[in-house]
Design a binder for this molecule. Sequence first.
Ligand code: 13P
Ligand code: SF4
Length: 366
Amino acid sequence: MIRLQATLPERYVNGRAEELATWIGNAKMLLGEKLLILGHHYQRDEVMRWADARGDSLALSRKAAETDKAKFIVFCGVYFMAEAADILTSSDQKVILPDLNAGCSMADMADLDTVEEAWESLRRCTDIEEVTPITYINSSAALKSFVGQHGGSVCTSSNADAVLTWALKKAESEKVLFFPDQHLGRNTAYRLGYNEQNMKVWDPRKEWGGLSEAEIKEATFLLWKGHCSVHQRFTPEHVNQFRTSYPQGLVVVHPECSHEVVALADDSGSTDYIINFIDKAPAMSTIAVGTEIHLVKRLADEYRDKHVMSLDPLVCPCSTMFRIDDAHLAWILEELVDGKVHNQITVDQETAKWAKTALERMLEIV
Ligand code: 13P
Ligand code: SF4
């Protein structure tokens, strides 16, 4: 998808950090209750300090759905999050993404055409009524709409257990097509007591997903071959090295990491879950965290009584989350004060109708 981000005016490109902070603060004050800034945990500090609400994908979706006062919701996160917020808010509320280039490489690994092709292949070799499609929230509105129309649901990293349990309890449902993140799908299936035999990877670049008819029929989970480039960097060697250096240390990772890493960790969960894990850990503990570096650094700063570090000694940022900076935020807010709306994210009505069904199913399940 081509997104045209306007060039940032010189005033913002050249603005010093203190100036940008003053401009953001003033604009925020002038906009008052008309404005709500949402911040995902991976945002940099100079952006996060302005967020009215921080959270993981589920918490921010809920916040967007509950918000009725704010006319402008500035989403400091990535594209799919802003789309979900637009779907869950009313038509007179405007959702804004400060930089349109803030996408998600994992979400781009599944598109509507390839998912529809996969669905048609499945229809030819299995009873399609037995298949429930589940999309991770890290996906386009078009895919959320697809699952809404086909009896499925959205899930996030904090409710994947509940959503997959729901999917397999539905009348006739015997199989889940899970996209786009194979790792969250696999880690969740293991948590629910399934084993490798029950899971097959669906490779969208291959005919029949690269599987035989028997493999498709036997599998309970068909896991789309997608991944997060940030989380796939964490390896079992990282966990082993950390344990050698800190035998008493704790390891907590995001479920977008490979199953080998999750299996060696002490615990795994969404970004909110990771924060809670560190909060509850005993004082003086050493904790290695397998997730995006801005969150890890913030936790290290906030929990000075604990030793919080990245599981990967080389920094591991999400380059698209990093697109949102104080300069873009200042530009968006000052323009709003002048009555100009830039970077509004809108999902067309037909797509939004079914995507909302899928999102609301998720919010009802958990
Ligand atoms: P959370 O829902 O856990 O915040 O995850 C979002 C994400 O994109 C992780 O890479
Ligand atoms: Fe997407 Fe990975 Fe960045 Fe999360 S960390 S937004 S999954 S690229």
